[in-house]
Design a protein around this ligand. Structure first.
Ligand code: ZN
Length: 75
């Protein structure tokens, strides 16, 4: 049987679908019995969703510099 500590450690693997069938089953069984881990897990999932909703593309410094140069040149 999993402990609350195990749930905290495995939450990310569970959400990413990296768990085996039985490991995932044990995880869900614990959640159905443990209110604390239920709220932990849903908060964790909400946090992940928030991060995934952020734009993936990072603006690199070169592009910023190029824009700055263009603004300067246009004056
Ligand atoms: Zn628990």
């Amino acid at each position: 049987m999993l402990k609350c500590k195990d749930i905290a450690e495995q939450a990310s693997a569970y959400i990413d679908g990296e768990m085996g069938f039985f490991q995932g089953l044990n995880y869900r069984i614990h959640l159905t019995m443990c209110k604390h881990c239920q709220s932990f897990s849903s908060n964790f999932q909400a946090g992940i969703n928030m991060i995934k909703a952020l734009p993936k593309e990072k603006i690199d410094q070169d592009r910023i510099d190029a824009v700055h140069r263009r603004i300067k040149d246009s004056r």
